[in-house]
Design a binder for this molecule. Structure first.
Ligand SMILES: [Zn+2]
Length: 99
């Protein structure tokens, strides 16, 4: 991960490098993809909540992609992960599956 700084997708706090990072993987609905951002950070718009969340698009051949995830949301804690998960579960038009 190098020195790249991540921001928690849920509370938007900076995640310091060196601390354990929690990631929430999601599988997009058929036909949805973000080919322009593969392997990079991008923002996904959630129509139900009207929020923009930052996430990583999994790179081809990466472990996360091999496990079937299209996007990874980085979160700062398990608590944020759980909050984020319930938020994402409301966006039934976007996500097929949430880890
Ligand atoms: Zn957080």
């Amino acid at each position: 991960m190098g020195n790249e700084a991540y921001v928690c997708a849920y509370c938007e706090r900076k995640i310091r490098s060196g601390v354990e990072v929690y990631g929430l993987g999601v599988k997009l609905k058929e036909g949805l993809e973000y080919p322009g951002a593969v392997g990079r950070t991008m923002t996904v718009h959630l129509p139900v909540r009207g929020r923009e969340l930052s996430c990583m698009v999994t790179a081809d051949g990466s472990q996360a992609r091999l496990e079937g995830w299209d996007l990874i949301f980085m979160v700062c804690s398990e608590k944020c992960g759980a909050e984020l998960k319930s938020l994402l579960e409301e966006e039934k038009g976007l996500f097929e599956e949430i880890m």
